[in-house]
Design a protein around this ligand. Structure first.
Ligand code: HSE
Length: 320
């Protein structure tokens, strides 16, 4: 018997202008996955789920339907086919969820990334982190029906990740400016990614596209040159935010509160309902986060919320 514990943190997809192509990881909170390897082959499946905590009973226990076990099954298939590792034993998986579901905080990606980093360790590190990202993306398809990589890739690799291409997958990691801090506020309400994607337009005008890719290029430049003003100016989303903002009670008040408190910029975290803001110091990020929390509370829906202030996570998924 051998036991390994993997950890992967929350991530923010889109980063305003980079719908499905840009995301980053924060340092906490995150999900933990404990894998226990035994020699004894299981009759039904090489992976079974022994326990899930922190999900309120919402997640499936069927290893083919649960994102964290599904990605481990895919990983085992891959190492059998491509790394000549024929696994005949059994892996028992315990998932400790600390991230809220349907929150826009990359909850499913964190579970998948934590499971994969642990599985890779358990099997003697046959895969690179870059290879693991492929399985984590497949997990997103199971979780919400869409194989977007802007949570899965930063959950495993850390930093900012730009997805230049999906087929073939071409990922570029971008280090964070030293003083960049994220305030992430999660209101106590759920918004399913599949639904938040269904409200988006399938086609956009050339004018809209031009605005969006101008901002993506500028945001990446701002990150690479530590130009905080440019980062702030580029946090503009003319595609997803206008359609999704009405799904988040208090969004406009929360965004205004963040900007009034000195944030560089503010937008929806992934598909929402969480909202993130960037600041150029920890002190400002704290004030911004508190103002956002207050704004949720004083909005029409009077929403309670949780708030985290964090630098960008450099490491990505790791073994605890
Ligand atoms: N890019 C995805 C979306 C992120 O906006 O639907 C989901 O967290």
């Amino acid at each position: 018997m051998k036991t390994v514990k993997g950890f992967a943190s929350a991530t923010v997809g889109n980063v305003a202008c980079g719908f499905d192509v840009l995301g980053f990881a924060i340092t906490e909170p995150g999900d933990e996955v404990i894998l226990t390897l035994s020699d004894r082959a299981h009759t039904d499946s090489p992976v079974s789920i022994s326990a899930i905590t922190g999900d309120g009973g919402a997640l499936p226990l069927d290893p083919k339907k649960n994102t964290s076990s599904f990605v481990v099954l895919k990983f085992l298939e891959y190492i059998r086919a491509h790394k000549q590792i024929d696994f005949t034993g059994h892996i028992s998986l315990e998932l400790r969820k600390h991230l809220p579901l349907s929150s826009g905080m990359g909850s499913s990606a964190a579970s998948a990334a934590a499971a994969l980093i642990a599985a890779n360790e358990l099997m003697g590190l046959p895969c690179s982190k870059m290879e693991l990202v492929h399985f984590a993306i497949e997990g997103e398809r199971v979780a919400c029906g869409s194989a977007h990589a802007d949570n899965a890739a930063p959950a495993i690799l850390g930093n900012f990740v730009l997805i230049r291409s999906y087929t073939p997958l071409d990922l570029i990691t971008i280090p964070s400016p030293e003083h960049l801090y994220c305030s992430l506020v999660h209101p106590h309400t759920e918004l399913r990614t599949a639904y938040a994607r269904s409200v988006l337009p399938q086609e956009i005008s050339l004018k809209t596209a031009t605005q969006q890719w101008g901002n993506v290029g500028a945001l990446v430049t701002g990150l690479l040159t530590s130009d905080y003003d440019l980062i702030g100016r580029s946090l503009v989303d003319v595609i997803a935010e206008p359609k999704r903002a009405p799904l988040i009670p208090g969004f406009f008040e929360v965004k205004q509160a963040a900007l009034d408190s000195g944030a560089l910029g503010c937008s929806i975290a992934g598909s929402g309902p969480s909202i993130f803001a960037f600041s150029s110091s920890e002190k400002t990020a704290l004030a911004v986060g508190n103002a956002m929390k207050e704004a949720f509370l004083h909005s029409k829906a009077h929403l309670q919320s949780d708030m985290w202030v964090s630098p960008i996570c450099k490491e990505g998924a790791r073994i605890l």
